[in-house]
Design a protein around this ligand. Structure first.
Ligand SMILES: NC(=O)c1ccc[n+]([C@@H]2O[C@H](COP(=O)([O-])OP(=O)(O)OC[C@H]3O[C@@H](n4cnc5c(N)ncnc54)[C@H](OP(=O)(O)O)[C@@H]3O)[C@@H](O)[C@H]2O)c1
Length: 330
């Protein structure tokens, strides 16, 4: 029977999520990979327990995480029901809908029909009465924004979600979504964009909008799915995400291009000078911006999680280091 570490709140930093009452850990754990039916259940449990023992209170899921879709929620639900249930009030569990989940016209994008059915399915798989955050997983070009936002508002009013968020909406779409949610009386808590040293679109307007509107942010794939670690510096390990050739948006061999390898080699040298691993520096680089509430990492082992958590020992950058990093990235 799992019993949480008594010192679990001693080393984590908690940041306020926008202008809300909610604090999120600087590092959160995502279950997109490593929690499907192809993965080892014992390892999943170890990762989740270890995360919680280290003050990671926030676990991020989506309806389609697996494989197969839904399996990550099912596995997490089993762990929650058996071992973590007594800590439910100490946990922030999120889910999402927006990508293809079931066949036919009602299992994809942003209709009220899809979102309302999907949250009910997620709650069953997760073995919980409510999620803390429910996201619209991506903007839907065909559905009126009002309809998607009204569905999110409805989930909160029905007690199925405590807060709502949006993911991968651009700056303009975000303004519109936030304004609609405010008019409905359910503020947008958080935006979840892809953001790392290698993917920086959020710097062209989105982060400014979030700051103006008092919305928090949580950066997904902060390590570029493993690229911004020392793992691919000397080839592609068979057991890595790229090596496993997983498909469904997972990093490909072709993503590990000579240009990327050159960049990560140079970044690794700066990290070493800072007495950090590349993964630690990549996370610290995101957290240096106060508009980034949390960084949402994935991990296939507790050792990776520990490596990533140690970034909290050094979040400061000298101006010269930042300039050198800019030079490499451009
Ligand atoms: N909203 C969206 O549309 C969206 C999309 C994608 C992801 N997300 C969320 O973001 C979360 C994180 O995404 P991600 O998994 O792509 O994040 P990531 O942190 O960029 O990559 C995680 C992967 O990198 C490797 N890794 C992590 N730490 C390492 C370390 N210290 N040393 C060496 N390798 C390390 C592991 O892969 P190996 O298997 O190679 O060990 C791990 O599974 C997801 O779980 C999900 O919750 C959201």
């Amino acid at each position: 029977m799992y019993s949480a570490a008594t010192d679990r709140y001693d080393s984590m930093t908690y940041n306020r999520c926008g202008k809300s009452g909610l604090l999120l850990p600087a590092i959160s754990l995502g279950l997109w990979h490593n929690f499907g039916s192809v993965d080892d259940f014992k390892t999943m449990k170890e990762i989740i327990f270890h995360a919680f023992d280290k003050g990671i209170t926030h676990f991020d899921l989506a309806n389609n995480y697996g494989p197969p879709p839904g399996q990550a929620e099912t596995n997490f639900g089993k762990i929650l029901k058996k071992d973590l249930h007594k800590y439910r009030d100490e946990m922030i569990i999120s889910s999402k809908a927006g990508w293809s989940m079931w066949p036919g016209p009602y299992g994809n994008f942003g209709s009220r029909k899809y979102l309302m059915a999907s949250i009910d399915q997620s709650l069953k798989r997760l073995c919980t009465d409510y999620v803390d955050i429910f996201y619209s997983h991506r903007p839907d070009p065909e559905t009126p924004m009002e309809e998607t936002m009204m569905a999110l508002d409805q989930m909160v009013r029905a007690g199925k979600a405590l807060y709502v968020g949006i993911s991968s909406y651009n700056a303009e779409q975000t303004k519109e979504a936030v304004d609609i949610l405010n008019s409905l009386g359910t503020p947008c808590l958080i935006h979840q964009p892809k953001y790392s040293m290698l993917v920086r679109w959020v710097e062209d307007g989105l982060l400014d909008v979030l700051e103006q509107k008092g919305v928090g942010s949580i950066a997904f794939s902060p390590l570029g799915q493993g690229l911004l670690t020392n793992k691919y510096l000397n080839g592609i390990p068979v057991e890595s995400r790229a090596g496993r050739r997983l498909g469904n948006g997972a990093i490909l061999h072709s993503d590990i291009s000579p240009d990327v390898l050159r960049k990560i080699g140079l970044l690794n040298e700066i990290a070493l000078r800072r007495n950090q691993t590349l993964a630690q520096m990549a996370i610290a680089w995101l957290l240096k911006d106060s508009r980034v509430t949390s960084v949402l990492v994935g991990a296939s082992s507790t050792a990776q999680l520990d490596d990533n958590l140690r970034c909290l020992n050094n979040l400061k950058f000298l101006p010269a280091e930042l300039a050198e990093i800019e030079l490499i990235l451009h």
